[in-house]
Design a protein around this ligand. Sequence first.
Ligand code: LMR
Length: 397
Amino acid sequence: MFEVLPQLPADPILGLSAAFKADPNPQKIDLGVGVYKDEKGLTPIPTAVAKAQRILLETEDSKTYISPRGVPGFVDGLLELLLGKGHPALLEDRIAAVQAPGGCGSLSIVSELLKRCNADATVWYSDPTWANHIPLIGKAGLKLEKYPYFDKATASVKFDEMIDCLKANAKAGDIVLLHGCCHNPTGADLTQEQWQELASVLADKGLLPFVDIAYLGFGDGLEEDAYGLRLMVEKLPEVALAASCSKNFGLYRERTGLAALITTSKVVKEAIQTQIQSIARAIYSMSPAYGGALVDIVLNTPDLRAEWVAEVDAMRERMKELRALLVTKLAEKGANKDFAFVNQQKGMFSFLCITPEQVLEMRNKHSVYFVESSRVNIAGISKENVDALAEALVSVL
Ligand code: LMR
């Protein structure tokens, strides 16, 4: 029976790693999958997380099941990090939440829940968005539609078109998927004023914000990057949230995420809590504990928390420096296009705003690997490879 199924093409993002590994060119450059890399091209375990591993090794005394909600210090600690200490929704106990396997697991749980709440809802997503949003959310059976977001010609957010599209087409009860910060794939974020205008439109039209936040701390700072999410929670009665600890805690393979629904009351929360736990139970029963246990230790041990905050700050500052370095090198090497917009973009990704043909030329002729949309992982740039990267880019323009 298995022969009825065809072979599928490689994943547009994960497939790049395999292609990169297979390339024998010693000068090859990997700007593909979104993982943070240091100057040596390695993806280190943050020292605060490594210390938490040692603590856990000494203190963990059982591998019995954790509760369906997850590791309590992780769920509560991450919600507090995202929303701010003493947030009214936390004090009023109206947030349903489960620890979930990574950002993807969290997005799945939330999508299934939204489908149970309103099977007719359409999820509006930014054009472009992270490639995996569409299969993940679509798998829950929700309808998907795009809203305009990024203009490649001007390398900026088409905010007016986004707002006009939502005003004209979204119906009450629809869901608007938003990137909390460090938009993936473009790196182009909304300004605080734009977040405010968007919040009013969602409130006026009765739309539900679904905030995916996977890069907290990589844009302007851990507090600053939570602005949009916090504003939505302040202005809208209900918010759906999927958060990932892959990037900022360096826990990629530990699949550590959080699915949360900010509801209007403790009574509603209690019902939704049973719903999300039943969704998880029917797929994988409960989340793996390990990554959440580490985040719990880091967030709830003052020294480790301070150390981790400093490490996130250092990762962010390094990515900002790499942006500036790339822009300078491109100008020095005579690029016939102004790449200054790369300095305005936030987080791990930038859209270079070149054509798919140029991206493929970069890959095939120069062994520089990045997503066909022209998304590059800024953290893959280094002082060592930036000259070769800039020369290759100038040559394909
Ligand atoms: C990315 O966007 O490259 C990362 O989030 C990894 C992934 O799963 O696609």
